[in-house]
Design a protein around this ligand. Structure first.
Ligand code: AMP
Ligand code: MG
Length: 478
């Protein structure tokens, strides 16, 4: 069933440690599986029982040694020299249709990198990761994905006693900036070079490794992918919440879902991670933090490419890549074909109004997509002279455009989702799951599979958030 292609495993034991997952023994139960994704990577022959056995570590993938990778990280701006997969284990590298996928269990027990932790994940954080990665994927945002999740009655101790759960994640690679930083910090340039070449060989195949500048090309690729990922986040109102360098994917995938949020009311300074007292990881800071993290990666690469000026010149391209993608995505949301960087003040004007009037991000863009009728509704929901003025300016833009009203609506409805994974929606699914009822997870999963369609059966998901949602607080690791 598994068609193993151990690429990361063959890098050697400087990069990871072999660890057996610790079984969950108390009533392990499959909570959900993504049958479409399983089929897409050629694993649809796995039965529910197979998945249950794999996730609870009652069985393992034959001939593949489970691995925990070593990395470091800059956490909240400070270097932590040794982190690593403290509760994640790579259990297979599986090839299907010419692509190799890494399969990783999260919450499978202690590893040499667990530090004081128990190597486990609780049900609520597992559900949050599972549903959010599905939501982002269906919104077209680069992300790691999730194949299945399992609950158990095994106890784990957080602020209270909770039950242990496991998610089976999948991605082309789970490498982070931190893996590269680690070998630079350890003064192991040979290992660092091996890792950079590994990524170029397997993922950035357009890079000519015989070139003297391959490290620059590598960095530029990571910069571009990271900039685009963050532009996507901004466009859908997604706040990652803990953008430490150990949570930054080298492939520009959204990685490690912790205290994330999809914004309700537009508030770029809102703190969602309660460990983040200074608001380092708020919506407004995400583009700059990504750049700061890329700077740390570039510093790690200096030993391979000692011309720091050249590395800095490449870093300077970040703004260009970011702006290009951001302008493209926001222009599409506005329904403007000819939106350019010079038009950003017009968008900023809207953002200021949205913040002042506490306008809901997802709801606003969806309604805006419906033309005059949507705008009338928005005027009723958010009576504001400034907003009316802004609508008039938008009309002036539309009059310069060549597309028909009907065509514009169609295009806008295809990029402005009706549903995102609002905090209260996922919380409701969690509350029920904690009593063993997984039906809400299934419903939400289905609705999130079609974010641009408004389906009658899911109409309750398309509303703005209730007031209590504002008080949901989220912690870093759970
Ligand atoms: P995170 O903030 O979830 O990205 O985690 C930061 C670091 O702490 C990573 O190295 C994780 O592997 C580790 N970690 C988080 N939670 C646990 C846990 N319950 N047990 C062991 N290690 C953990
Ligand atoms: Mg992490």
């Amino acid at each position: 069933m598994f068609n193993l292609n151990p690429r990361f495993a063959e890098l050697g034991l400087e990069f990871s440690s072999q660890v057996k997952p610790t079984p969950l023994t108390q009533a392990p139960k499959l909570v959900h599986l993504d049958s479409e994704l399983l089929a897409a990577i050629g694993l649809n022959a796995l039965s529910e029982q197979d998945l249950c056995d794999l996730l609870s570590a009652r069985s393992s993938v034959m001939d593949y040694p489970a691995l925990a990778a070593v990395y470091m990280g800059h956490q909240f701006g400070h270097a932590v020299p040794r982190l690593g997969d403290g509760r994640a284990l790579l259990i297979a590298e599986h090839e299907f249709a010419g692509k190799t996928w890494e399969l990783q269990l999260k919450g499978a027990g202690k590893t040499p990198y667990s530090r004081g932790g128990d190597g486990r994940a609780v049900l609520r954080s597992t559900i949050r990761e599972y549903l959010a990665s599905h939501a982002l994927d269906k919104l077209g945002v680069p992300t790691t994905q999730a194949l299945a999740m399992l609950s158990s009655q095994d106890e784990v101790y957080r602020e209270k006693v909770e039950s242990a759960a496991v998610v089976l994640r999948v991605a082309p690679s789970f490498l982070r900036f931190g893996n590269f930083e680690y070998f630079a910090k350890q003064k192991k340039p040979a290992e660092l070079e091996k890792l950079v070449r590994f990524v170029c060989c397997n993922y950035f195949t357009e890079i000519d490794l015989s070139s003297n500048n391959y490290v620059l090309y590598f960095l530029e690729r990571v910069i571009q992918l990271t900039a685009e990922m963050v532009a996507y986040w901004q466009s859908i109102g997604f706040v990652h919440g803990v953008m430490n360098t150990d949570n930054m994917s080298i492939l520009g995938l959204t990685l490690d879902y912790g205290p994330y949020a999809f914004m309700d009311n537009y508030n770029p300074q809102q703190i969602f991670n309660h460990s983040d007292s200074e608001g380092r990881y708020t919506y407004v800071n995400q583009p700059n933090i990504a750049w700061w993290n890329l700077y740390r990666l570039a510093e790690a690469l200096v030993v391979l490419h000692p011309n720091a000026d050249e590395l800095e010149q490449i870093l300077a391209k970040y703004a260009e890549y970011y702006n290009q993608k951001y302008v493209q995505l926001m222009g599409a949301k506005l329904g403007l074909e000819e939106f350019t960087i010079d038009d950003l003040p017009f968008l900023d004007e809207l953002l200021q109004i949205m913040q002042a009037e506490k306008i809901d991000w997802t709801y606003f863009w969806r309604k805006l997509s419906y033309g005059a009728s949507g705008r009338s509704q928005l005027s009723l929901d958010y009576p504001s002279l400034q907003l009316e003025n802004w609508f008039n300016k938008l009309d002036a833009f539309y009059q310069c455009d060549t597309v028909s009203e009907q065509q514009r609506q169609k295009q806008m409805l295809a990029v402005n989702p009706a549903i995102t994974l609002r905090s209260h929606l996922v919380q409701y699914a969690i509350d029920r799951a904690e009593y063993g009822n997984y039906s809400e997870i299934e419903r939400l999963f289905k609705a999130l599979s079609h974010p641009f369609d408004e389906l009658a059966e899911f109409s309750n998901y398309y509303h703005i958030a209730p007031d209590w949602s504002e008080h949901i607080v989220l912690s870093c690791s759970s």
